[in-house]
Design a protein around this ligand. Structure first.
Ligand code: PEP
Ligand code: MN
Length: 339
């Protein structure tokens, strides 16, 4: 069960509340602040709870019986949708927000061309990996600091916000000075040290679902971040591993979009690029994701996909990206949503 305290409760009042709860025989755990409300977790049986009448205490806003292991991230603790702002972009306010760009930052020319295309196509956020977690140690690993600087330059020219993946605490430290949002990739979704580290910074986090993570594990990863104080999390479904290996890179689990929006107040976006691994499937899956209620999309795009150093097969060409943009606009409009 969690107790959501009223806003503006002072630290001494919180201490008093804890003493009172301990007086009832509980061991309350301060979970941190959910927006402006302090949330306290107590292990208690529902019938014991009924007899206590905690609701009538002056500093209590809400008592929420909760069976989920995720608490701060749960819909029960916060009824309304969380809106995560990144530059001019908003995730979770009902609009459809597009993140686009190459898998990896490769050169100034490549990134600036991609950024211009992204802006023309209606993207609000530019993606580009500067630290690439590759399957092979011999594959291109990213430009690191130089890549981060290029992202800043592209942002200044186009007005786009930027997101880049961080793979450890060192890359996180470096990225903080250069980008507007940090991504925790599928491979690091259960890197709990990294989750805690991004939880301590004041940048929004794009949290991808691990390729074999259950919904609960994914939301627990968000809980790790929130438990350290950072509540600006955008969840991203990017496909999961199934028995299908031959024709698709992963299997897009689109049902998590409406499901996770029931379970959590956090915004959810979809990455049809990594989900399918094929450029010919990205547009239909993007349309379906918007129709399913996703708060946005993240897609890979490259000025010359055949020359891409990373994920070229799933990178849209400039023309295909233009088509994606028109299709998203159409589906959004049909649903009364702003793109
Ligand atoms: C990426 O966004 O380029 C990436 C590596 O994604 P994922 O972690 O989903 O594989
Ligand atoms: Mn990629």
């Amino acid at each position: 069960m969690v107790v959501v305290l009223k806003q503006n409760v002072s630290p001494s009042e919180v201490a008093e509340i804890n003493r009172r709860l301990e007086g009832f025989g509980f061991s309350p755990r301060l979970l941190g602040k959910r927006r402006n409300n302090i949330v306290i977790d107590i292990d208690i049986e529902p019938d014991v709870l009924k007899g206590l009448d905690l609701q009538t205490l002056p500093w209590v806003e809400r008592v929420v019986p909760l069976n989920n292991p995720f608490k701060l991230a749960s819909r029960e603790v916060r009824g309304e949708n969380s809106v995560v702002r990144v530059g001019r972009a908003a995730f979770g306010d009902g609009s459809v927000t597009l993140i686009a760009g190459p898998c990896a930052v490769e050169s100034r020319k490549q990134l600036l061309e991609a950024a211009r295309l992204a802006a023309i196509g209606g993207a609000k956020v530019l993606r580009g990996g500067a630290f690439k977690p590759r399957t092979s140690p011999y594959s291109f690993q990213g430009l690191e600091l130089e890549g981060l600087k290029l992202l800043t330059e592209a942002a200044a020219e186009t007005g786009l916000a930027t997101v880049t993946e961080v793979v450890d605490e060192r890359s996180l430290e470096m990225a903080l000075d250069y980008v507007d949002m940090v991504q925790v990739g599928a491979r690091n979704m259960q890197n709990f040290q990294l989750l805690r580290a991004v939880g301590r910074v004041e940048k929004p986090v794009l949290l991808k679902r691990g390729m074999s993570a259950t919904v609960k594990e994914w939301l627990m990863a968000a809980e790790y971040i929130m438990s350290e104080g950072n509540e600006d999390i955008v969840l991203c479904e990017r496909g999961i591993r199934t028995f299908e290996q031959q024709y698709m890179r992963n299997t897009l689990d689109l049902s998590v979009v409406p499901l996770v929006k029931q379970l959590s107040h956090l915004p959810v976006i979809v990455d049809p690029s990594h989900a399918t691994g094929r450029r010919d499937l990205i547009i239909p899956m993007a349309r379906a994701a918007v129709a399913a209620g996703a708060d946005g999309l993240i897609v890979e795009m490259h000025p010359r996909p055949d020359e891409a150093l990373c994920d070229g097969k799933q990178s849209l060409s400039p023309d295909e990206f233009g088509q994606l943009s028109r299709d998203i606009e159409m589906v959004s409009r049909a649903l009364g949503r702003v793109f």
